[in-house]
Design a protein around this ligand. Sequence first.
Ligand SMILES: Nc1ncnc2c1ncn2[C@@H]1O[C@H](COP(=O)(O)OP(=O)(O)OP(=O)(O)O)[C@@H](O)[C@H]1O
Ligand SMILES: [Mg+2]
Length: 375
Amino acid sequence: MGITLEKISKSYDGRAVLKNLNLEINQGEFHVLLGPSGGGKTTTLSVMAGLTEQDSGSVSIGGQDVSNLSPDKRRIGFVFQDHALFPHLTVFDNVAYGLRVRRIKGHEMTRKVENYLSKVSIVKEKGKFPHQLSGGQKQRTALARALVIEPEILLMDEPMSSLDAMTKETVRDELKSIQQEIGVTTVYVTHDHNEAVLLGDRVSVLNNGRVEQIESPSELFHHPKTEFVARFIGIKNILKVSLIEINNHEATVRISSNGPDQSVTIRVKKYPIFGKGKEINLCIHPKKIMLKREDEAVDDNLNRIRGKIVKKTNNGNGFMAIVDIGGTTLYAAIPTNFDCKVYENVWVCFAPDAPHPLCGKKCRAAETKRRCLKE
Ligand SMILES: Nc1ncnc2c1ncn2[C@@H]1O[C@H](COP(=O)(O)OP(=O)(O)OP(=O)(O)O)[C@@H](O)[C@H]1O
Ligand SMILES: [Mg+2]
């Protein structure tokens, strides 16, 4: 079954944490709630589960309004960030807990517990207590405990945050395949955009109590809608521009994020999202920026902007230059054969089709041939 939140609001001490939040999650979907700390992710899950009561708005599961149902009547499994295992119960009894509460006993209970212990590969540990388990094993136990009651909806709150990188990868892959196998509708909270891409069928970006964008992971990366979403998923170069002139294939725009005395114009591909007088955000991938020396010739087809290198960083895959172009900074990947120094003056060059608008797919609206170029 799917789960729908309609106009959910929640305040603590007069401070709005969820603001008219709408979210529709489809049956069988692996949905990732992505957002910064304090954005309202845990509160959203907690309202879904009925552990926190919303001030207004409704929660429906499978089309039925469950707003007035207690947590145990909502058929929801919850995996908490800190696992929240019962310390005095063994792995087996932790997993069996929800079944006992539902008065499922004897052979049927054992069969179900063993089945889920085996799905999460923790059968050998079934006699151990939580303090005798590794982080990954605690995580698996918590997952089996949530799944054994065969919930309609599985909610997971940053379940991998305490695991090392290798265990995280293994548990994540297993989680994805178990979810696909049993088809349980899943809502998974994280602030890690890589995790969102690897796990999510769709991703909601939550900011300050509102959903800023809902999209499949690849569309989210290619068509972020707002500057917040773009920055949050790791897009570094964002230029605010306003339209000066448009012709058949190209538009001339002024970089408005530079001060008024720093009038820089560039030519960019013409996108349907452009409108006169409207300020829009363009992003450019650091690899699409070429740095050239001041005395080097630059192809007429390329944009070129005067810049000064203010910093060099190593991002693990190679060096990046941070270039000041007069009030705005851009990241540019430095090719291995380009030796440049901090405070050196350079030309920042890129093709007109390198910048891409932050459009939330609006750029595709008009005609298919006008689709945004993928990065
Ligand atoms: N029980 C509570 N009482 C008062 N304020 C609360 C309570 N629960 C949450 N808040 C506040 O609501 C806001 C959102 O909290 P929430 O836990 O939903 O954020 P989050 O997105 O899960 O953050 P994180 O990534 O740090 O877990 C925070 O400012 C938090 O301080
Ligand atoms: Mg949280």
